[in-house]
Design a protein around this ligand. Structure first.
Ligand code: GTP
Ligand code: CA
Ligand code: CA
Ligand code: MG
Ligand code: MG
Length: 560
């Protein structure tokens, strides 16, 4: 007969089905079946019947058993030691109701808050995976990254992450005093060190308050095996076709705070040590050496604040799942009290609607860069990051470059993607973008043909705006082996004249060309471009905004 304890009378609010087994009436087969369905097993013996105690140790079930009810400690302790899975022993009596509700409380706890994954009773210490998880939690909660949880951070942790109410000032002191009494370096500058934090959790567990530690771990996304759950790392997010993914304002604020807390020397760049520290809450290093050729760096090759945000923007655009995962490691949803990291993402509206309405709310635009081998594509990408011609190690090369530009006074991201020059195998993904650059080498007579052919095969009939780039303009211009010279070709197809470009210079590289590309990407429709006054309007618009912006800035200054 099955008995159910309803949820509202159990401390953990979980309904509990109790299935009784009788050896006299039921087969072993039935027993095994029930065991396979059970979360926890209570093995009952009688304290005044030695034979029934022996049966406990003989029973092959002991392997599966989580809970034993007992009395004669001396007899049962060796059994407990032998079988790790035995969670606890409770002496009880049905006759005088001693410990009966406690028995079921412990049984529930053994399932909901198991000791096994957290703590090693033999060593009397936390298990390595538990230390790892709590260390990540400590780092996420240490908002200023000074290695100490001060009162603010402790309360922040307490309120936002787990228990909803702040600790009373006295309680905070009590917690710290307990740690102080037990270890020398658990409290520093009146705050909890990582060592103190770990000690506190060891104490919770030793005092049978595993649920405290479990509450924290679960809130930070851990499952029973102390792995971050798939639901936590990869919350569902729907991305309809022809839509792109961007980080919203809150997400940028969050990432900014993460940057600030790790830029210890405040030079607005992440040194290798600072970067390593930032990614300590990750199970692996997410950024490879190619990143420093994908975004802006300082002279030392360290990723700047701008570059850091650009890389996040790129990941979110190209692989939003990965961005969600990374934000999960950083604890975004916990710190901002969002249901999940999905709250950090803006899914833009379908590009076709943008085209119809002739306006867009997007802030990231993609420009694919195509051209024959060696025509100067990589140089064109690197120049966008302000990097003059240089040799890059093969394994540090990147096919992407992303940076900001200002269009009509608004900051936009332009993502350049170098497409491998494999004419016959341009995939849908190679072609999907907001603006196209066709690069040829003015010094290589065979390079323009690739541009002309690519244009005619893939872009002539598409609405995507195209720009021809005459790269390596520092070199001697030679006649192209193609039926039409580049300028004629552009005229015929109503494209703008080839844009001369070089990165082989020691002068600082300008951003005008990239700003124009972004402007074209925003306007999207090729039709606009065919209007000869387009460039004029675009560049005038930018100037007017810049002038207005400056005037407003001055007005603001005067007000102060
Ligand atoms: N003089 C001069 N040389 C350049 C310029 N840009 C690139 N180069 C050189 O031209 C060669 C090819 O340049 P890349 O930028 O790697 O060309 P790419 O189109 O990316 O080449 P692949 O990726 O191999 O198809 C390299 O040796 C560069 O050093 C430039 O503006 N001026
Ligand atoms: Ca701190
Ligand atoms: Ca720094
Ligand atoms: Mg019975
Ligand atoms: Mg290249």
């Amino acid at each position: 007969e099955e008995i159910t304890i309803p949820a509202d009378v159990t401390p953990e609010r979980v309904p509990t089905h109790i299935v009784d087994y009788s050896e006299a009436e039921q087969s072993e087969e039935q027993l095994y079946q029930e065991i396979s369905k059970a979360n926890v097993i209570c093995i009952v013996y009688s304290v005044n019947n030695k034979k029934s105690i022996e049966k406990v140790s003989m029973s092959s079930l002991c392997i599966h058993c989580n809970l034993v009810e007992h009395s004669s400690m001396e007899t049962i302790l060796p059994i407990m030691n032998q079988y790790q899975d035995i969670e606890t022993c409770v002496e009880c009596s049905a006759k005088n109701l001693k410990n009966i509700s406690e028995l079921f409380y412990y049984a529930q706890k053994a399932v909901l808050h198991p000791t096994g994954p957290l703590y090693c009773p033999e060593e009397k210490e936390l298990k390595p995976s538990c230390i790892k998880a709590l260390t990540r939690i400590f780092k996420v909660s240490d908002l200023d990254n000074d290695g100490i949880l001060n009162d603010n951070e402790l309360n922040f942790f307490q309120v936002k992450t787990c228990f909803n109410t702040p600790l009373a000032p006295q309680a905070l002191e009590d917690v710290k005093n307990v740690v102080r009494r037990n270890m020398a370096d658990g409290v520093k500058d009146n705050g909890l060190t990582l060592k103190g934090f770990l000690f506190l959790h060891t104490l919770f567990i030793q005092r049978g308050r595993h649920e405290t530690t479990w509450t924290v771990l679960r809130r930070f996304g851990y499952d029973d095996d102390l792995e971050l759950t798939q639901e936590y790392l990869f919350p569902l997010i729907k991305i309809p076709p022809d839509c792109t993914t961007e980080l919203n304002h809150n997400a940028y604020l969050f990432l900014q705070s993460i940057f600030d807390k790790h830029d210890k020397d405040r030079d607005c760049a992440l040194s290798p040590e600072e970067l390593k520290d930032l990614f300590k809450v990750f199970p692996y290093m997410p950024w490879g050496p190619d990143v420093k050729n994908t975004v802006c760096t300082n002279d030392q090759g360290w990723i700047t604040y701008q570059g850091y945000l650009s890389q996040w923007t790129l990941t979110t655009y190209l692989d939003v799942q990965r961005s969600l995962e990374y934000l999960g490691y950083l604890g975004y949803s916990i710190i901002y009290e969002h249901e999940s990291q999905a709250a950090a993402i803006t899914v833009t509206r379908n590009k076709r609607i943008d085209l119809q309405k002739k306006q867009t709310q997007r802030s990231v635009f993609r420009c694919n860069v195509l051209g024959a081998q060696g025509s100067g594509k990589s140089g064109f990408l690197q120049a966008f990051l302000g990097k003059n011609l240089q040799r890059i190690r093969e394994d540090h090369k990147s096919l992407y470059a992303i940076n900001t530009t200002y269009v009509y006074g608004q900051e936009k991201y332009l993502l350049l993607h170098e497409v491998m020059p494999d004419f016959d195998f341009l995939s849908e993904a190679d072609l999907a973008c907001d603006v196209v650059c066709l690069v040829y080498d003015v010094n290589d007579p065979r390079s323009f043909e690739y541009c002309a052919k690519t244009y005619k095969q893939y872009f002539m009939d598409s609405k995507i705006p195209c720009v021809v780039i005459a790269a390596k303009s520092d070199l001697h211009e030679v006649r192209q082996h193609y039926s039409l010279p580049p300028l004629e070709f552009c005229r015929k197809h109503k494209l703008h004249p080839p844009q001369p470009f070089t990165c082989n210079t020691s002068d600082p590289l300008g951003k005008e060309l990239y700003t124009r590309l972004t402007t074209m990407a925003m306007h999207m429709a090729q039709a606009d471009l065919k209007n000869s006054t387009f460039w004029l309007r675009a560049s005038l618009g930018a100037t007017v905004c810049a002038v207005l912006g400056f005037a407003m800035y001055r007005a603001l200054l005067k007000q102060r």
